[in-house]
Design a binder for this molecule. Structure first.
Ligand code: 5GP
Length: 347
């Protein structure tokens, strides 16, 4: 047994210290980034926020709403191949990831879709990115899709970030147990504080010219700013994007002033009973659900929430004097709050 004694931080454990700057308006800051990916040499420019590949938020409708803002969606993997082929023919295909797990069925479906239409970005997503089999799938998908940008995870440590990039991933997806409807930490005791995971994985990935996506644990726009401050190149959101018109899932209505109005939407983890009953006919005997089902308040169009997040980030950048999103980690000094109050933590 071994105990790590370095401080490990979640978003709630830090605040970003303001810094002097010459910036006068948040309109002067640019929240877009341009990337060249390590394995494909492909370039992408946009707002590097990604809706999670959960079947409630990783939808075609969210992708259409996000496209004008340059934001992205990891499409959930339960769309039929024909609908994915149609969608990937649209002009917003560059802003979506095609998601797969590691099953033969997933890999066969990808091959089928790829035979019809280019698949520019692939997200290989498993709950536990530490298995040898996962690395082998990443290697195989890289070999079969040399021109696709590949994001793979989830992992939380630098050595695994390096292993995934060397195996063919352009972007590593960082976060285990941090999701809003995830119960992994309660059920298994496994996890890693999200901000530290991002800081450590970004350090490792950037050393190999790879990129990092922080996945899970953001509950307010300030957390998105902290993730970018910690070195995340992309930030993936589930819960913050739930409850909108463009989401899928059961809607609860109430009669108000004689009219039926939406008040709540179902939101659940992709390993919850709800998802497993929907897609696998129940939870297999040998495993337990690692996600829960909640109802989130109805919040109208997702565009307003996206603009709120972008506004928060612009304001955050103004406070630290960062003109471009790329400068944010360099301009970020985290101040520890709570147990280690008043300690300053420079990136
Ligand atoms: P959120 O933004 O809601 O905090 O986190 C979203 C992330 O939670 C997803 O992108 C995914 O990585 C993770 N997640 C989604 N469903 C489940 C689940 O059922 N179990 C676990 N352990 N994680 C989940």
């Amino acid at each position: 047994m071994h105990i790590e004694t370095d401080p490990k931080l979640d978003f709630k454990d830090v605040l970003i210290r303001p810094k002097r700057s010459t910036l006068s308006s948040r309109a002067d800051v640019d929240v877009t980034r341009s990337f060249r990916f390590v394995h494909t040499g492909r370039e992408w420019t946009g707002f590097p926020l990604i809706a999670s590949n959960m079947d409630t938020v990783g939808t075609f409708s969210v992708a259409r709403a996000f496209a004008p803002f340059g934001a992205m969606v990891a499409l959930h993997k339960h769309y039929p191949a024909e609908r994915l082929i149609d969608f990937l023919r649209s002009e917003i295909a560059d802003n979506v990831f095609y998601s797969i797990g590691t099953t033969t069925e997933d890999l066969d479906k990808l091959a089928l879709v790829r035979a019809q239409v280019p698949v520019g970005k692939i997200c290989i997503d498993v709950a536990n990115g530490y298995s040898e089999q996962f690395l082998q799938v990443v290697q195989r998908v890289r070999a079969e899709n040399p021109d696709s940008v590949i994001m793979a995870g989830a992992i939380v440590t630098g050595e695994m970030a390096e292993a995934l990039i060397l195996a063919g991933a352009d972007i590593v997806k960082v976060g285990i147990g941090s999701g809003s409807v995830c119960t992994t930490r309660d059920l298994t005791g496994v996890g890693y504080p999200q901000l530290s995971a991002v800081i450590e994985c970004a350090d490792a990935a950037h050393g190999l010219r790879g990129h990092v996506c922080s996945d899970g644990g953001c509950t307010v726009p300030g957390d998105v700013a902290k993730a970018f401050g910690g070195g995340a190149d992309f930030v993936m959101l589930g819960g913050m994007l739930a409850g909108h018109d463009e989401c899928e899932g059961r809607v609860r209505y109430e009669i108000r002033n004689g009219e039926s109005v939406p008040v709540g939407l179902e939101f659940y983890g992709m390993s919850s009973d709800t998802a497993m009953n929907k897609y696998h006919g129940g939870v297999a005997d040998y495993r337990a659900a690692e996600g829960k089902t909640v109802e989130v308040p109805y919040r109208g169009p997702v565009k307003a929430t996206l603009q709120h997040i972008m506004g928060g980030l612009r304001s955050s950048m103004t406070y630290i004097g960062a003109t471009r999103l790329k400068e944010v980690p360099k301009r970020t000094t985290f101040v520890l709050v709570g147990a280690q109050r008043n300690t300053v933590f420079d990136r």
